[in-house]
Design a protein. Sequence first.
Length: 182
Amino acid sequence: MCMTHASIPTTQHARHYNTYRDYSPEIGRYIESDPVGLTGGINVYRYAVNDSLRYDDPFGLCPEDCSNSRQLAWDYYAKLQSLFPSQYPKKPWAIVFGPLPPNKGGLVSPLVPTVIVLPNEFCDLTGKDLFDFYWAIAHEGLHINQSWIDLYNSTGDNPMHDLIDEDSRWNTKTATGRWGNR
């Protein structure tokens, strides 16, 4: 089930916290109603349109069919690991899609730093330049392979983060044979 990789288990209630509401694996649905109300559908407690193998809803807000993009992301990450094993020794626990600010190409979950979160617009890659998609995976992949202190120190606009940007650009160029605008 996709959701359990993107949520934080809480042991006292056997629930999974998903930022906006809690999910109960025992009953296979959210225990709070959808914060977007009936806009999300008539069943305000369902998870990912009741099809968690095909849809993602890591924040409890917007199920999307991300199966093709997710597979492409995993395949590309495997390629990065084979080309740059010292830079990508760890495999992500999950690659999910969620609502991110417009200037964010991706992020590493602050609660589970082995989860890569990509923007929802990457769910459907039809007609899009894939360089930004690949760059985001390379970039966030470098972050999940940092130590906690290095991850903290490379947050924001600073020289350490600039090195991550430069390495991920080079790695993406090498892996794809293309140079993007990043």
